[in-house]
Write a protein that binds this ligand. Structure first.
Ligand SMILES: [Zn+2]
Length: 484
């Protein structure tokens, strides 16, 4: 690996690059999906390659290859410099990078059980156990259970002298039951919808969720929803549980604080942002209860790492401080443009053949001092919602609508009947402005989302969100509004 990095960096500089970096990546993925008693898909993939990024004549160039040898590294480095020179003709100004000390070392994420060493039969049998329990109720027509494991071995080196080797293993799993009766279709998931929960951890993470032991209530609730009333339109106090609140943080905070979106250089997937730079340090994003950090240092977070993909050390950046908007996710280039002393370390690429772009790390809502029971107990008229079904949010990340799997009525501090097809809508800063109770550290946990989409060509990022349940005052619920 080191022979390739040295060759590429030397040739890029000979060809005139004022800066160069290279990432050599080996990525393994194993995915197992079980559906209605059968193994639906079994994926075992491995890819290996490298990407060279340079600055020449004040502009960026990038090239990559899956043929990882010395000659190819030199050829690719030259192409990257030629691309930079060609791009320089249309540059508005020279690229400037915020300074970063050149780091060296080997870093490995902690785990107990390497998932790639666990026998395939053992993993399949766990999924089939859960699947069998899900299908014990005849109304459950589709039972699904899945696991995914990733292993990334990344070597980063730069012309500034950085040489960083990182090995990271990620694991995730989940189940869902879809119950059908006539035209009615209802679904419940565990531990959360869309393939389950993920972490930078080993197979122990999957075992801890105990999918078979939870399959029974998942199936039972899916069937109960078939006969539940529709969520009625209303305006009331809304309590969101962690699995849905994680996505609320993702869409209404995580994406709008990406500094490349703010500067308009990345506008895919409902890009741009209402959090323009004039608002930094002065805009009231939420209530005084709301503290949000971007923390890449937290153990086991899916968005945790030691160094980002331009060699910047993992950091904890305050994004919202007692409601006030105070920080962005940044890169070395955007940090320099904003006048920050240092990048916040949020540049990551989805594989060897993609340029790093600004991605979320772990965007966490800091815990409050309530218990969920006390929040419910002190809610006169409200609803508790769980697990995401659908989401939409406008270009600037202001107006949103989320659909959930289930809502539970709250009257005078007690949970009542369940409703199906619940939705809630809001405007980002009004919604967070109405946040008046957040559950404590005891009920706080990190959720991992392995499929955040951004960029052209598209890149999927693995990101995390630490949250506990929280209450939001006067939220409109139950209105299914079609949005474009
Ligand atoms: Zn996303």
């Amino acid at each position: 690996m080191h022979e390739i990095t040295e060759a590429a960096l030397a040739r890029a500089q000979e060809a005139g690059a004022s800066y160069a970096d290279i990432r050599v990546i080996r990525r393994q993925h194993e995915g197992i999906q079980v559906k209605n008693g059968k193994v639906e898909s079994l994926a075992g993939e491995e890819e290996y390659g490298f990407g060279v990024r340079v600055i020449a004549d004040g502009a960026w160039g990038f090239a990559s290859s899956f043929q990882a040898d010395r000659e190819e590294a030199e050829r690719v480095a030259e192409i990257a410099v030629r691309i930079a020179r060609a791009s320089a003709r249309w540059k508005q100004e020279d690229v400037a990078l915020a300074p970063e000390p050149a780091a060296t070392g080997v870093f490995e994420s902690p785990l107990e059980k390497d998932p790639f060493e666990v026998p395939l039969e053992e993993k399949i049998s766990l999924l089939l156990d859960a699947d069998r329990i899900l299908r014990q109720r005849p109304e459950v027509k589709v039972a699904e259970a899945e696991m995914n494991f990733f292993r990334d071995h990344i070597l980063f080196a730069s012309s500034e002298g950085a040489c960083i080797e990182q090995i990271k293993i990620e694991s995730g799993a989940g189940v869902s039951a879809t119950a059908v009766e006539g035209e009615e279709v209802q679904r419940r998931s565990y531990p959360c919808s869309f393939g389950g929960d993920y972490a930078t951890a080993g197979y122990e993470f999957v075992e801890n969720w105990d999918l078979p032991a939870n399959a029974e209530w998942v199936a039972k609730e899916a069937v109960e929803l078939l006969h539940a009333p529709q969520c009625p339109p209303d305006t009331l106090d809304l309590i969101l549980e962690g699995s849905i609140l994680a996505l609320q943080v993702h869409e209404s905070c995580g994406h709008p604080i990406e500094l490349d979106r703010v500067f308009g250089t990345e506008a895919s997937y409902a890009g741009t942002s209402f959090l323009t730079t004039d608002k930094l340090g002065s805009f009231q994003y939420g209530s005084e209860q709301v503290n949000i950090v971007a923390d890449a240092t937290i153990p086991h977070g899916l968005g945790s790492f030691f160094y980002d993909d331009e060699g910047v050390v993992a950091q904890r950046v305050q994004i919202v401080s007692e409601g006030l908007f105070t920080g962005y996710l940044s890169s070395r280039e955007t940090a320099a443009r904003l006048g920050l002393e240092r990048s916040g370390g949020a540049m990551r690429a989805d594989g060897w053949n993609r340029l790093p772009i600004i991605r979320m790390t772990n965007i966490n809502l800091e815990p409050g001092d309530w218990t969920l029971d006390d929040i419910i107990g002190e809610t006169k008229r409200g609803m508790l919602m769980q697990d995401i079904v659908s989401w939409s949010i406008d270009d600037k990340r202001l107006n949103f609508q989320f659909g959930c799997e289930v809502a539970r009525e709250i009257t005078d501090g007690s949970l009542g009947k369940i409703y199906k097809n619940p939705t809630y809508t809001g405007i980002t800063y009004e919604f967070w402005g109405g946040c008046d109770a957040i559950a404590s550290e005891d009920e706080w946990r990190l959720w991992g989302i392995p499929n955040c989409g951004k960029g052209e060509p598209g890149q999927a990022a693995h990101v995390g969100h630490g949250v506990s349940a929280a209450r939001f005052r006067n939220v409109r619920v139950g209105l299914m509004e079609e949005q474009a």
